[in-house]
Design a protein around this ligand. Structure first.
Ligand code: DAH
Length: 353
């Protein structure tokens, strides 16, 4: 048989299969089929030694040319397939920078904290410091040192959450060592004055607790903001001017302030503060129940009895104090009809602020 002829036939067959190999794996299979240990071309080359000596050089030259041609075609095809593969991978991993981004939901501060921060900013702007006290408080700070007599109704176990009755007896009996959840932020006044001599200008925001059932105007846990000023020559006029500034900053420049005489055990004289209704400007309408005014806070001049408890000389110093509910301020400012909305965590409500 013509060995050179069959070598050429093998070469053409191999080149055709190489040209059609769709990927690197198939290409390698073609290489093994012709040039592998048991490959078709390898078998022919191995048979060379059995040829008559005079035929060997010519057939040897042809077989070398065939092997070189097949190897060159393999290398060329491999380069093409590798380039394709790389191009495909780059296309698959490409990022389309023109795609619009996915918007992540953005959280925000709860409306109660927003209003607390707003009020804090007003008083920090006047030079007040922020003070804090414990939410679990002693009767002494919550009631006694704030001039509440032992039989004061706020001390009743029906009004105040008692944590521990240290006497072993009935709670709410006015024992100074009793532990309770503070019912207002006023005890922070006592703690500040115990530690610091005047001049004192502090604002004390914090949580307070009362045995109330939640309804449109009451929450068993809410937020109060307490103010205390003690200095030489502080008058009721200073208190009124401070509150007018506060009301205008929080509710707007057109709002007016009215003080009504009231009673608190720890201030004398005491007053409740009203702000003119935003809807009617004081004439009376449906939104203010015909009153024209809305109550915003309690205040007064620090009672000399309180100064006595903390060792401040009431002959030399006078002071004023005020306390307000942050939830109530937020409700008045934003027209929220029911305080319970503020604590229910309904996103449809909260997203509005
Ligand atoms: N502690 C009072 C309350 O919870 C509010 C209050 C009234 C605070 C008058 C004051 C004040 O500092 O002077 O009802």
């Amino acid at each position: 048989m013509d060995i050179a002829g069959s070598l050429i036939g093998l070469r053409d067959e191999a080149l055709a299969r190489i040209a059609q190999a769709p990927d690197l794996e198939s290409l390698d299979a073609v290489r093994v089929a012709y040039l592998g240990k048991k490959g078709a071309l390898t078998a022919v080359l191995r048979g060379l030694k059995d040829l008559p000596a005079e035929e060997r050089p010519a057939v040897g030259r042809v077989s070398n040319e065939v092997r070189d041609a097949v190897e060159a075609a393999l290398a060329e095809r491999r380069a093409v397939l590798e380039r394709d593969l790389l191009a495909r991978r780059i296309r698959a991993e490409a990022v389309d920078v023109t795609l619009p981004g996915r918007r992540r939901p953005l959280g925000r501060q709860h409306i109660i904290h927003q209003i607390v921060d707003e009020i804090v900013d007003v008083f920090v702007g006047l030079g007040y410091r922020i003070a804090e006290g414990p939410e679990v408080e002693l009767d002494y700070y919550n009631f006694t040192a704030l001039n509440h007599p032992p039989e004061h109704p706020a001390r009743a176990a029906t009004d105040t959450f008692y944590v521990k009755d240290q006497s072993g007896g009935a709670t709410g009996a006015g024992l100074e060592s009793e532990v309770l959840l503070r019912t207002h932020t006023s005890p922070v006044q006592v703690r500040v004055m115990e530690k610091q001599q005047p001049p004192i200008y502090v604002l004390a925001p914090g949580k307070v607790f009362r045995r109330d059932v939640a309804d449109p105007s009451h929450l068993p846990q809410f937020t109060q903001i307490e103010g205390l000023v003690v200095d030489e020559g502080i008058t009721f006029g200073d208190l009124k001017g401070t509150l007018e500034h506060f009301v205008r900053e929080i509710f707007g420049p057109d709002r007016r302030v009215r003080l009504r005489p009231h009673f608190f055990p720890f201030t004398e004289p005491s007053a409740e503060v009203d702000v003119s209704c935003a809807m009617c400007g004081g004439d009376g309408c449906r939104s203010c129940g015909g009153e024209g005014w809305l109550e915003v806070l309690g205040c007064g001049m620090v009672d000399p009895n309180v100064f006595r408890y903390v060792g401040i000389d009431s002959e030399r110093y006078t002071g004023f104090a005020f306390g307000m509910g942050a939830e109530r301020i937020a409700a008045l400012k934003h027209g929220i009809p029911d305080l319970r909305l503020l604590i229910e965590g309904d996103m449809r409500f909260l997203r509005q602020f």
